[in-house]
Ligand binder design. Sequence first.
Ligand code: DND
Length: 243
Amino acid sequence: MSVADNTTDRANEAGFGEVTHDLPPLGQDPTRAYRLGIMGGTFDPIHHGHLVAAEQAFGDLGLDLVVFMPAGRPAFKQDRKVSTGEDRYAMTLLATSDNPHFVASRFEVDREGVTYTADTLELMRGIYPENVTLYFITGADAIADIVRWRDAHRIAACAKLVGATRPGYDLESARRTIAASPYPFDVTYLEVPALAISSSYLRERVSAGQSLRYLTPDPVTGYIHKHGLYGLQGPSFGQRGEA
Ligand code: DND
């Protein structure tokens, strides 16, 4: 059975209707095991903290690939207007394009309705054969929250978790929260270079007309300026002089 046939059958069984996808093929050789990393995020915008965490997970866990998956319609970002899925996907594609083991996917952006991680991972579990283990990569702060995410038990059943340290977050508290959970989460904690960068910090800098250099790849900065994201004031990119 091809990867695509498998996708449609299993997704139908799960009640999601027919699913087409752009996920990379993996698991072709039934005699070996594969490891697929999934870096989920709102990525509004993507920055070097996300990229470093994924690269560290790739190396430390011996992953075959890391799929960067911008969240489709995140139910959990009610406090502010999130940029369109198209803009967040485009920036993710630009940021990952020069790394041969990073892939950007539209899997959530193209899905109708609110996109929950449990649904995404269950669909992916159906798409990939059993010799592919899924590793969902998050910041350590998100690890502590994950027990409260929609259908957390389904997340625990479909994927292993990777908790990347993030400046200011206490790993011990994340460990305690996971240990107290009734669900069988399998978490690997990673020390990643401490990059105190956040998407909100980048958005603030853009709206204040400040540089994003060394905080996110230059093509992402170019996209933000060209498309006037984050309340950028003044002339568009190319006339400002500074990226
Ligand atoms: P964020 O909005 O935190 O993404 O969402 C992360 C993932 O959680 C997405 O896939 C969401 O769909 C999923 N989620 C969240 C809440 C509820 C549910 C699902 C649900 O299904 O119920 P950001 O773009 O802000 O960040 C992406 C990742 O990168 C996060 O794991 C974050 O902790 C991490 N990160 C850093 N890691 C290391 N160093 C830094 C980082 N900045 C962000 N400087």
